[in-house]
Ligand binder design. Structure first.
Ligand code: NAP
Length: 346
């Protein structure tokens, strides 16, 4: 999907001349307010590196911020940039950087910046990319993976537990499912029928969300449910109560939002733990113990389309921006996504 380096594409080549560009929004609104603008070449200060971004995940909480929904929790000065997850190549290092060098392959996290061709980040926000980890997976691991890890930790998933995960086919839900199964739990995942095959394929028992959900879960979990992780919100708390899940083993969509908002603007005390969680996830993903399906891969210039896709709330796995894809034909499907194919041919 990504070009191997030739002199033309090689970010290290002195002949390469690309003006850095970033996504920016100057007013709050839908994805239509997103523009791509040129920016001055970033310069690494002490302890910082410049990364040429190759892939960056897109996340609901970024859309919520751009819609102006969380300005109390996380004030945004306009015009603002966006983007939290990324993977790419280090193109220059500032004084005092010892862990990375020009050409290092990295993934990391940043605060409202990664949807750009180049970013400056402190080295403390970076992890070396395992060689076998795909760029687009590496570039979409942070925010979803952090939310998933924290949810699993908070509900204390143990071997033998039965855990319900809402929106289990989504970016966060699917990572939670892998982490819960790694811990030895049986996972029941809510989704539409279109995602039954996908969830079964990764080892999750699918169940359709909506009216009657508690009864359907009881049918496939006659011995009860130990923990419930809700990504979607709405009626899920009532379903968990109906199933007798204790409050301490229920994780709400609002809890998740708070984790993500904090991850988007971490205090200095948060960074080391977040980077270490990212390193652990990168290892699990490289070993295929967490499998991240990329069902929407968009060239950088199509950032509006990427968010439109995500905000329809029916993507599967992660939606990712690619800054240097070989072409814009989405895996050769001429703009169609694999997840849309069997519906349109049914
Ligand atoms: N409360 C908050 O502030 C907050 C914070 C973060 C995320 N969220 C919400 O949590 C959801 C999942 O997050 P994500 O990042 O994993 O997003 P995602 O990747 O966009 O999740 C998409 C999945 O959500 C499923 N879905 C759609 N309608 C659903 C419903 N009524 N009940 C259960 N699942 C449903 C879809 O399944 P089908 O295609 O099979 O229908 C799809 O696989 C998103 O809808 C997001 O808006 C809320």
């Amino acid at each position: 999907m990504f070009p191997r380096t030739s002199e033309h594409n090689d970010p290290m080549s002195p002949n390469r001349n690309r003006t850095p560009r970033t996504v920016q929004f100057a007013s709050f609104g839908d994805a239509g307010v997103l523009d791509i603008v040129e920016m001055p070449p970033p310069v690494a200060g002490p302890g910082e590196v410049v990364v040429e971004v190759l892939a960056a995940g897109v996340n609901h909480v970024e859309a919520f911020l751009r819609q102006g929904r969380f300005t109390d929790e996380l004030p945004v000065d306009l015009p603002a940039r966006q983007g939290t997850d990324f993977a790419g190549l280090v193109t220059s290092i500032g004084p005092g950087v010892t862990s990375f060098a020009r050409g290092s392959e990295v993934l990391g996290h940043t605060s409202m910046a990664s949807h750009a061709t180049h970013i400056v980040v402190p080295q403390s926000h970076l992890v070396a990319k395992p060689p076998s980890l795909e760029w687009e997976v590496a570039g979409s691991l942070f925010l979803a993976g952090l939310a998933a890890s924290e949810a699993i930790r908070r509900v204390r998933v143990n071997r033998g537990d039965t855990v319900v995960i809402s929106a289990a086919a989504g970016g966060v839900g699917s990572m939670e499912a892998h982490l819960a199964m790694n811990a030895g739990a049986t996972v029941i995942g809510t989704c539409g029928e279109r995602n039954f095959d996908y969830l079964r394929q990764i080892g999750v028992k699918p169940v359709v969300y909506g009216d009657g959900l508690a009864d359907r879960i009881r049918e496939i979990a006659p011995r009860g449910v130990d923990a419930y992780i809700d990504n979607f919100g709405e009626y899920n708390k009532a379903v968990a109560d109906d199933l007798g899940v204790s409050a301490s083993r229920f994780q709400s969509s609002e809890n998740r939002r708070d984790i993500e908002l904090r991850a988007m603007r971490p205090g200095p005390e948060d960074v080391a733990a977040q980077t270490s969680t990212l390193a652990r996830l990168a290892g699990l993903a490289a070993e295929r113990k967490v499998r991240v399906l990329i069902s929407g891969f968009y060239p950088f210039d199509q950032v509006r389309e990427a968010f439109d896709d995500l905000e329809k709330k029916h993507s599967r796995g992660k939606v990712v921006l690619g800054m240097r894809p070989v072409d814009n034909s989405f895996h050769g499907l001429g703009g169609r996504k694999v997840r849309d194919i069997h519906e349109s041919s049914a």
